[in-house]
Ligand binder design. Structure first.
Ligand code: ZN
Ligand code: ZN
Length: 244
């Protein structure tokens, strides 16, 4: 599996194998995008306006008083604030699913494009240490990669300005798949699932941004934030590619 590829080699490949849209299979104009056609790219819902300060979900109506969305009222976040690049619908959902479950790592090039197009998203990350949510070692062996780490690297490259990726956390407990569980059960499952690597002390002056593919209930991000704080981190934010 290769990630991206550039220059004349890519131009040559695009002539023989014109890229098709990851979402609808229409031809992609390689001068404009990488793996989404123009109509699908226009359907992306970037979060670049007012949003929930905890999870990044956009506010569509009156925003004078709201700072936290209804999903986050009961979360009690262990991190300071959160942002998400897009809503996890249509083409964005396809990108995340193909990246996570189908090994479609070439789609990271499109993700890099999308986060550049989301106003304020890279400013939010710039200069921070991005911490991907770790996968359990067994799952990492099965899948061969941690999609959150690849996303963090994609974000860091796009943001520049000293943004870096570090992996201070490990996932000790192999938690069952969380998809169908409510927040309370997820939180109980996740208690103690993450810890900093043995003996590691983090710089309290550094800003850490935990990176995951999707913001769902926030329980995983919360558990990671607790582990970072136990290891000495003081400023902890989160960023996700999509909001579920
Ligand atoms: Zn399309
Ligand atoms: Zn929220």
């Amino acid at each position: 599996m290769t990630v991206g590829g550039g220059g004349w080699l890519r131009a040559l490949r695009d002539v023989w194998f014109p890229p098709v849209c990851a979402h609808c299979r229409a031809l992609v104009d390689p001068r404009r995008r990488r793996h989404l056609c123009e109509p699908c790219a226009r359907r992306l819902q970037h979060v670049d306006g007012p949003h929930c300060t905890t999870c990044g979900y956009p506010f569509f109506g009156d925003t004078d008083t709201d700072r936290v969305c209804e999903h986050c009222f009961t979360l009690e976040p262990e991190f300071r604030e959160g942002r998400t690049a897009v809503l996890l619908r249509g083409p964005a959902r396809t990108l995340v699913i193909d990246l996570k479950y189908h090994g479609a790592l070439h789609l990271l090039a499109e993700v890099g494009l999308i986060v550049r197009e989301t106003e304020g998203f890279l400013d939010y990350l710039r200069g921070a240490t991005l911490v991907p949510v770790p996968l359990h070692a067994r799952k990492l062996r099965e899948r061969g990669y941690n999609q959150s780490r690849l996303l963090a690297e994609t974000f860091a490259r796009a943001a520049g300005g000293g943004t870096r990726v570090a992996e201070p956390l490990r996932r000790g407990v192999d938690t069952p798949t969380q998809t169908r569980l409510d927040r309370k059960t997820r939180q109980e499952n996740l208690r103690g699932a993450f810890a900093a690597r043995d003996g590691l002390r983090l710089d309290p002056a550094e800003r850490f941004v935990i990176v995951d593919d999707v913001f769902t209930t926030g329980a995983t991000l919360n558990a990671c934030a607790v582990a970072l704080r136990r290891a000495g981190a003081r400023t902890i934010d989160v960023a996700t590619f999509g909001h579920g």
